[in-house]
Design a protein around this ligand. Structure first.
Ligand code: ZN
Length: 138
């Protein structure tokens, strides 16, 4: 349990962390978190990851889910893909609905294609909680 003072200290600190793919352990992005500014996330090519409004992120996932259902109807194995299949898209939809109204980041592992969608508050708290310089996503 954290004391209110240590929580305040952690909110005032600056953080720079690597985001690591929980599936293959590749680094997929860097996060810089400062007290007042918006979080900055850069992919491994150095490009800024554009934050998405929750509604936009929902639209993207809805389209993916439609595609995954079409894949299933056509008997394509992609419908069962761990990250782009029906189950993955449904999980993502549920997450986006829980995090309604938040700014979202979508990260794709360059090594294994795993996709991670995280809200800004979720990512910020994972970054603040991390002991070392790496934050593993699952
Ligand atoms: Zn990966």
């Amino acid at each position: 349990m954290r004391s209110p003072l240590s929580t305040l200290r952690s909110l005032a600190r600056r953080y720079e962390r690597e985001l690591v793919c929980g599936r293959c352990r590749a680094v997929l992005a860097w996060v810089r978190l400062r007290p007042v500014a918006l979080m900055h996330v850069r992919d491994i090519a150095g490009a800024e990851v554009t934050p998405l409004g929750c509604r936009t992120a929902l639209g993207i996932t809805e389209r993916r889910l439609g595609q995954a259902r079409a894949d299933a109807a056509a008997g394509r194995a992609r419908a069962l893909d761990e990250y782009d299949g029906i189950a993955a898209c449904e999980r993502e939809m549920a997450y986006l609905r829980r995090e309604a109204g938040e700014v979202m980041f979508e990260l794709r592992c360059p090594a294994c294609r795993a996709r991670y969608v995280r809200s800004l508050p979720d990512l910020a708290s994972a970054v603040r909680r991390a002991d070392g310089s790496r934050v593993e996503l699952h």
